[in-house]
Design a protein around this ligand. Structure first.
Ligand code: SAM
Length: 276
């Protein structure tokens, strides 16, 4: 675990937010595995943020919920290959286990090693995985080696990653995917620029954002106000792009009403490339 870098340790925090859902009466997503990856130390660190901004718990559950909805929908529409970039302790390969659908976890080697140890101790066989820095390897080639068909559609989940990566690296990475994979979608969450440049008008949001970054020793460097940059630069199509708050209004209106102050800060999007 000590070899997991700072961005990797944020995966424990996400598992902690996921774990909180099990105490809810009205669950908007289901992840019975998150608790396997959470310690009291992580719970204490996460509570430093949620004490400043309790709304963060709400907005994150909308993120988990909408990504689940999209996966469910894609599988129903026939998607057979789901690749989870920077997977952390995402357990959707098990939650959405479906005959004929292949999942691949991708994350830094130390994190995957830790995840696999935990899974094995629980008697669970991990899904296929590629331990790597996905920005540094030839990912299409690695997917082929792992038995994936890059000429058939692929759904990439890219959750909790975009804010940590310099925008130019994101564009180079997308260039490398578009060059080799004829048909794919990327589902991701992203902050608005006001979070990155700290111009957001809600001081509690800024304080909580600072607290998260200080506690986990990470920096959020990239946000977007408009995804059309991906259309212009890569020929991708923005299939969906919406505030997570709007998801909340639909799936849990009772909670969403209380977090109106988070309007305009946190979003999800689906980009598609080729004939999807
Ligand atoms: C905030 S966590 C999110 C984990 C997971 N996607 C989730 O939502 O539960 C970010 C994860 O992305 C991984 N990650 C970020 N950049 C990466 C890269 N370039 N290569 C491999 N893994 C990366 C980190 O190691 C970490 O596990």
């Amino acid at each position: 675990m000590s070899d997991i870098n700072e961005v990797g340790t944020t995966a424990f925090a996400v598992a902690c937010f996921r774990e909180m859902e099990r105490n809810r009466e009205h669950r908007v997503f289901d992840d019975p595995y998150a608790q396997w990856f959470v310690t009291d130390e992580i719970r204490e660190k996460v509570s430093r943020v949620t004490e400043i901004l309790p709304e963060s718990v709400e907005i994150l559950r909308y993120r988990f919920c909408i990504l689940d909805e999209i996966i469910r929908r894609e599988i129903q529409s026939g998607m057979k290959q789901i690749v989870i970039l920077g997977c952390g302790f995402d357990m959707r390969s098990l939650v959405f286990k479906t005959e004929g659908v292949r999942f691949c976890d991708i994350d830094q080697p130390a994190l995957l090693e830790f995840k696999h140890k935990v899974l094995e101790s629980q008697g669970v066989t991990p899904c296929a995985s590629i331990p790597c820095n996905y920005l540094e390897v030839d990912l299409p080639e690695e997917l082929i080696k792992a038995g994936f068909d890059i000429n058939s559609p692929i759904l990439f989940l890219w959750e909790g990653n975009s804010m940590y990566l310099p925008v130019e690296l994101i564009h180079s990475f997308f260039d490398s995917l578009c060059a080799r994979i004829p048909s794919f979608k990327i589902v991701f969450d992203y902050y608005s620029l006001s979070i990155i440049d700290k111009t957001c008008e809600n001081p509690d949001v800024i304080r909580a954002a600072n607290m998260f970054q200080e506690t986990f020793n990470v920096t959020w460097v990239t946000g977007f106000d408009d995804l059309s940059v991906f259309e212009k630069r890569h020929g991708m199509e923005v299939e969906e792009s919406m505030e997570l708050l709007e998801v909340g209004k639909r799936v849990a209106p009772e909670g969403a009403a209380s977090i109106a102050a988070l309007a305009g800060v946190y979003n999800y999007g689906i980009l598609s490339y080729g004939d999807t």
